[in-house]
Structure formats: structure tokens, C-alpha cells
Write a protein that binds this ligand. Structure first.
Ligand code: NAI
Ligand code: MG
Length: 337
């Protein structure tokens, strides 16, 4: 029976990289049926909502979605649809692997996984302006929410991930020295959970700013990193930079029932509509998705074809130093597949 998957091409470069990804995944022979839906600006234009009910219903039915980037207006307008989706389906674990494919880049042989808490922290959406006198926006507050339930499940997820994937160490990145309550709780509960895995997976904790520095100086000391929502957002772009940039970085948003796969990067309005976006981030997200659906061999074949294409510098897109196009690069991967 075909696996029905919700496909949200998204905004900006989304439709280009989604088309590339669908072509390559289909060429593996994996039995996928795409249930195409809109969200973000595309949803607003076609269905008058950035998150149409049809899209939510489709994801709820299929339980698996592949999503392109969605544009979020800055500082005003609707709330991030990405955040809304993660909260709606309780996709509490954001898994973002970074592995070197590009030869001769700044670092060789990077192999890290960042696991970000995806539903709480400063991105809980509890924020407001404070008016003083006749200035309605004299101040603003965003609340960082940390719960025992939330920390236990994300830290346990990180350890279980490490065990399942043959990883040796989990680093918990925090800011408990300054944010005594929220980050103190994150750290304390993290240590409790880590104790359950003693002798099986190594554990350390580090302050997040020092972690950022060490990721640049000596990324090899890290293996799996687990951290709260905003820190994870920032550190995951940083680790994408260790392996060639945002164009290379895939991600999975995992909940108990549902999983949404998406690249780390956004809609890249600066290069949208020019057919030069690198589809690798979304393609590797699609690879994580077909692995999740049980297509291990098909996933391995896509990875190999992609790696061979990149290593032979065939049709690379401009972010990788080439002069190729999204379609040209896609053809090059398809030839090797
Ligand atoms: P961005 O990730 O879209 O772009 C940052 C830089 O990386 C740009 O120079 C862009 O050209 C480049 N880049 C990103 N993806 C690329 C790719 N596949 N190939 C080649 N170059 C690539 O971040 P930015 O500009 O901060 O955000 C743009 C919009 O995307 C915003 O509305 C933001 O809210 C949204 N966004 C959505 C995300 C999602 O849907 N999960 C994640 C991050 C941002
Ligand atoms: Mg981000």
C-alpha cells in the first residue's frame, strides 16, 4: 500500500526545492502518494489562511508531512506557521543532523546531531507589549516556559536517539548560570535523566555561549547536543555552517503520532524564483522521511547519489561555489541514482 504523505511546497524557494525532492524520492521506487497542501503565504493567497484547515486535516490523517519553508512576516502579521504546526501536532523533538559531504570545506568529517526542544522555551508564544503613558509599546515581554514534562521527554529522546544511532555522547547546552529558574530546571532534570543512561551514553553539560565558541574551535568534541528551543534554533544554523551552510541542513520534527520533515533554512527570498536554490536540505529531510517510513535501502541510495554528485562537483548551485541550477543539480543526482 502506498504511503500517503502531505506535501507542503511552501514559499519562496520552496516550490523549486520541493519539486526537486519529489522527483528524486520518486525515482527510488519508494511507494509514495503525495497529498499536496498549502500553508504560509501560499495558503494566504489560495485559501485565505496561512494555515488552512484542509492542511491540518491532511497532516492529521497522513501523520507524515514533507514541508518546504514558510515565510513569516517579521515583527508583525501572523505568528510563525512553523511554530504553530509544531505546537498543534506536539512535535516536541526537532532533530537536526549535520554531516560533512562537501570535500575540502572548512571542516572535514563533521558528524553532529542537534536535538532541539520544539514546543516550549521562549518560543511558547506567550508575549505582549506593555504600555506606559501614551506609548502602547514602551516595553515588551516574552515568557520562557520550561516544564518538567517537556524537559524529561526531550532529554530522554536525545538519549534514546543516541542509543538507537550508535552515538557515544550527549551534551546538554544551557544557560543555568543566568536563567536560574528556567534553565536551572532544564539542567537539573537533564542530569536526572542522564543518570538513567550512565554507563551506556556519556553525558556532559555546557553553557550555551561557550558551546557556540567550541563548536567553531573544535566541533569534533561534540556528538549529540540537546538544548532548549531558541538555543537550538541558533545552534542548528551554526552547525549547518560547519557543513557548507543552510542549503545542506535537513531536519525532522517528531511527535508521538506525527512527524513533519523540513530543511533548517527558510524561504530565501533573496534567491527565490531564480532556480538556483540548493535542494539538498529538503532532499535530506525527505531521506529522513523515507527512512522513517521504512525505506532504508532507498534512503541509502539517495544519500550515495547525492554525495557522489557533490563530491564530483557536478552542477553545484552557487551557495556551494558552483554555477548550476536547482534543476541541473537535480538531474545530476537523478543520473547517479
Ligand atoms: P533563510 O534561511 O531563508 O536564508 C538565509 C540565507 O541562506 C539567505 O542568504 C539564503 O539565500 C540562503 N539560503 C537558505 N536556503 C538556501 C538554499 N536552499 N540554497 C541556497 N541558499 C540558501 O533565512 P531568512 O532570510 O532569515 O528567512 C527568510 C524567511 O524564511 C523568513 O520569513 C523566515 O521567517 C522564514 N523561515 C522559515 C523557516 C521554516 O519554514 N522552517 C525557517 C527559517 C526561516
Ligand atoms: Mg531557525
Amino acid at each position: 500500500m502506498a504511503h500517503r504523505v502531505t506535501l507542503i511546497p511552501g514559499d519562496g524557494i520552496g516550490p523549486d526545492i520541493a519539486r526537486a525532492t519529489v522527483r528524486i524520492l520518486e525515482a527510488t521506487g519508494a511507494d509514495l502518494e503525495w497529498d499536496r497542501q498549502e500553508a504560509g503565504m501560499a495558503g494566504l493567497e489560495t485559501r485565505n489562511s496561512p494555515l488552512p484547515d484542509e492542511t491540518l486535516a491532511s497532516i492529521a490523517d497522513n501523520r507524515v508531512a514533507l514541508k518546504g519553508p514558510l515565510t513569516t512576516p517579521v515583527g508583525k502579521g501572523f505568528r510563525s506557521i512553523n511554530v504553530a504546526l509544531r505546537k498543534h501536532f506536539d512535535l516536541y523533538a526537532n532533530v537536526r543532523p549535520a554531516r560533512t559531504i562537501i570535500p575540502k570545506s572548512r571542516y572535514e568529517d563533521i558528524d553532529l546531531v542537534l536535538i532541539r526542544e520544539n514546543t516550549e522555551g521562549l518560543y511558547s508564544g506567550v508575549e505582549h507589549y506593555v504600555g506606559i503613558g501614551d506609548d502602547p509599546r514602551a516595553a515588551a515581554e516574552s515568557v520562557m516556559i520550561v516544564t518538567r514534562f517537556g524537559v524529561e521527554r526531550i532529554v530522554r529522546y536525545a538519549f534514546e536517539y543516541a542509543l538507537d544511532n550508535g552515538r557515544r555522547k550527549v551534551t546538554l547546552a544551557h544557560k543555568a548560570n543566568i536563567l536560574k529558574c528556567t534553565q536551572g530546571l532544564f539542567l537539573d532534570i537533564g542530569r536526572e535523566i542522564a543518570a538513567e543512561y550512565e554507563g551506556r551514553v556519556e553525558f556532559e553539560d555546557r553553557i550555551v555561549d561557550a558551546t557556540a565558541m567550541m563548536l567553531v574551535m573544535d566541533p569534533y568534541r561534540f556528538d549529540v547536543i540537546v538544548t532548549e528551543n531558541m538555543f537550538g534554533d541558533i545552534l542548528s544554523d551554526q552547525i549547518a555552517g560547519l557543513v557548507g551552510g543552510l542549503g545542506m541542513a535537513p531536519g525532522a520534527n517528531i511527535g508521538k503520532e506525527t512527524a513533519i520533515f523540513e530543511a533548517v533554512h527558510g524561504s530565501a527570498p533573496d534567491i527565490a524564483g531564480r532556480n538556483i536554490a540548493n535542494p539538498t536540505g529538503l532532499l535530506l529531510s525527505g531521506v529522513l522521511m523515507i527512512e522513517h517510513l521504512g525505506y532504508a535501502e532507498e534512503a541509502r541510495r539517495v544519500r550515495t547519489a547525492l554525495e557522489e554528485t557533490i563530491r564530483s562537483e557536478d552542477s553545484l548551485t552557487p551557495d556551494l561555489g558552483g554555477s548550476g541550477t536547482t534543476d541541473g543539480f537535480t538531474e545530476a543526482v537523478l543520473r547517479r541514482l
